[in-house]
Design a protein around this ligand. Structure first.
Ligand SMILES: Nc1ncnc2c1ncn2[C@@H]1O[C@H](COP(=O)(O)OP(=O)(O)O)[C@@H](O)[C@H]1O
Ligand SMILES: [Mg+2]
Length: 304
């Protein structure tokens, strides 16, 4: 067997490692202090609040020609919305990275109000807010660009750039499309938080039904995620999508290379039925997201 794995020793890496060993696959756990040989395939679930060491370790391996489950783009984009807005701009709601007060004035005029404002990192909607008046927007730009920055509990302060995006009204949920390989993945709705325009972190997750998977509306969403995944040259990635009701386009508002590992249907429920993302057929064995490790390992073995 030519597949040799090198998972980074975080929660997800250890879970993959255990399943790989149980299947007789050669796998060794690594820390950023211990680089693997280039013949090993990395699996890098970065630590959300301290991604830098793992990111640098993985990028070095990839740039030396080593293989990795997560591609260079996904690693660079993780918890880095500034780069997401640059690389994925064709797939995202119209928006700008604002770095000066003059630009702030222009962008407010261009996007109109309200404006969705985000920090480069965050989860559970904690760093995503709505600027409803020009005064709020200017005050925020002053703080972020020239003041003390904006602080969020548990995250570093936002300094130096405002990430401003067109608000897409009328959505009751955001759609999470998670993909394990070019073929297999799943999708579920994350319903909005109660009395809130934001979904992320609500814990209210509803898998797409068989009828949803048949419908052109959701097939369009899955195709949008697949095209953005291709831009990122990524086999394993997750996207959050919203409908832009003005242009009738699905738009990507967020990307992640990790999702909730909790068992059961809690939080960002990953245990939705697995589908072929190209043919929209359910997995012949009726697998769900909980089988992600076996799906991934089968895919890697096939490619090895
Ligand atoms: N441009 C937008 N227009 C309307 N709602 C948005 C927009 N961007 C994000 N949201 C809402 O805010 C929530 C959090 O945004 P997201 O970028 O996914 O951040 P997080 O990192 O917190 O998941 C999303 O689940 C979605 O409901
Ligand atoms: Mg999100």
């Amino acid at each position: 067997m030519s597949l040799k794995l090198a998972p980074l020793a975080t929660d997800w890496g250890m879970a993959l490692h255990a399943v790989a060993l149980a299947r007789g696959i050669n796998s060794t756990l690594h820390t950023p202090a211990h680089p693997p040989s280039p013949t090993r395939t990395l699996f890098v679930r970065l630590q959300q609040k301290a991604p830098e060491a793992g990111r640098a370790w993985a990028l070095k391996h990839i740039r030396k020609g080593g293989k990795s489950v997560q591609g260079e783009h996904d690693l660079v984009l993780y918890e880095n919305r500034t780069r997401q807005m640059e690389l994925l701009r064709d797939w995202m709601p119209h928006g700008h990275v604002v770095r000066s007060m003059d630009q702030a004035e222009e962008v407010i005029a261009e996007l109109g109000l309200p404006i969705v404002s985000k920090a480069p990192w965050g989860s559970s909607s904690k760093t995503v807010r709505l600027l409803t008046t020009k005064r709020d927007a200017i005050a925020e730009a002053e703080k972020v660009l020239h003041g003390g920055g904006i602080t969020f509990p548990g995250w570093p302060p936002q300094h130096g750039a405002c990430l401003w995006q067109k608000f897409l009204p009328g959505n009751e949920y955001s759609l999470r499309v998670a993909r394990i390989s070019k073929r297999w993945g799943w999708a579920f709705k994350v319903m909005n938080r109660p009395h809130d325009w934001r979904a992320s972190g609500s814990g209210l997750c509803v898998p797409l039904t068989a009828d949803d998977w048949e419908s052109p509306y959701f097939r369009y969403a899955i195709n949008t995620a697949a095209l953005a995944a291709a831009v990122m040259s990524s086999r394993w990635v997750g996207f959050d999508l919203l409908m832009d009701r003005e242009t009738e386009q699905w738009r990507i508002v967020d990307t992640t290379l990790a999702w909730n590992l909790k068992p059961g249907l809690l939080g960002a429920n990953y245990d939705a039925p697995v589908y072929d993302l190209n043919t929209f057929e359910p997995h012949p064995k009726g697998l769900t997201g909980a089988s992600q490790w076996d799906l991934l390992l089968d895919d890697l073995l096939e490619a090895a």
